[in-house]
Design a protein around this ligand. Sequence first.
Ligand SMILES: Cc1cc2nc3c(=O)[nH]c(=O)nc-3n(C[C@H](O)[C@H](O)[C@H](O)COP(=O)(O)OP(=O)(O)OC[C@H]3O[C@@H](n4cnc5c(N)ncnc54)[C@H](O)[C@@H]3O)c2cc1C
Length: 333
Amino acid sequence: MGEKKRAIWVFGDFRNYFQNRVTLQLISKAREMAGMIGGEVCVVVLGSQTAEYVSEYIAHGADKIYLTEDPRLVEYSMETYSFLMERLARREKPEIILVGATSFGREFAPHVAKRLGTGLTADCIDLDIDEKGLLVQRAPSFGGKLIAETVIPERRPQMATVRPGIFQELPHDFSRTAEIVHVPMPDNMPSDRVHIISREPSPAKEDHLEQAKIVVCGGRGMGSKKKFSRLYELAELLGGEVGATRPVVYLNWANREALVGQAGKQIRPVILFSFGISGAIQHTASIRKSCFIIAINKNPKAPIMKMADVAIVADAGQICNALINELKQRIRR
Ligand SMILES: Cc1cc2nc3c(=O)[nH]c(=O)nc-3n(C[C@H](O)[C@H](O)[C@H](O)COP(=O)(O)OP(=O)(O)OC[C@H]3O[C@@H](n4cnc5c(N)ncnc54)[C@H](O)[C@@H]3O)c2cc1C
């Protein structure tokens, strides 16, 4: 028998579209890292009627699926799920376990880490493998003032939760195959202390901002709610979405869904317009995967100007209006 491969596990968090995407994003990153350590990518799927998710995970890069299918797993249950994960991890000894920082993942991962007696870095914004083959977990620290790098040299598995929108999922490849390991539910399941009486889905909100190819982001330098609202017009003309900084959300110029940064969303557009934004780390940590940044700020020394590909020293409102006029004219032509 060959030597067991070092395994990177991803928790299959499939219960809604948004969470499904973060699992695919993690599979993609796990693939890249598995290449660096000569390992394999395994996805743990606990649920009922999961066939379509399993094939989705395989098509997106999983080498192996650990699958527990049981009607008792229809609902997420912290106790049941963390019990099953602990049991499987003790048996299979993965090197790394990655969990999406979804509402369930943020609760589930620390439970599993505690049960396994290992470390966990929460809310990572980047992952890497160092020269010793250890998982480097990067997460904002000290209120977002710096990015901490954490490694777990002794304990195993190395665990991290990762925010949605950081890594890019791999394209579908339906020719891929994977091994499926069926893991039956054990007889000695702990009884669940939580009983779900009823469920009501909250109204679905599609997340356009994190997927958008063009984002028009505005900060306090836009000056007023009225001026800020022009950014929506610009975004529409460009076929993009509007993002905002925290002060803008606090000032009620934009709603919470538009917040980009440590406390909000990660974006990775092809083109990012940054209007009247200073470039605080809590904001820039979430835009650094943008391909091309055009910053407009009246202060040439604002930190955003250093990271921009094009830095325009000007009044943000004026440039926004000029772009709107130009685009409208082009449409008319
Ligand atoms: C724990 C924590 C979490 C945080 N999370 C987030 C987060 O998720 N997202 C986030 O954005 N922030 C976050 N912040 C806040 C962050 O530190 C900054 O305060 C914020 O990003 C600044 O927003 P801003 O650039 O819009 O405003 P400012 O810092 O006030 O910058 C305004 C900019 O506009 C420029 N300007 C002014 N007038 C004009 C004009 N007429 N034309 C052009 N430019 C002009 C100025 O030169 C300046 O650079 C967080 C802070 C903490 C402590």
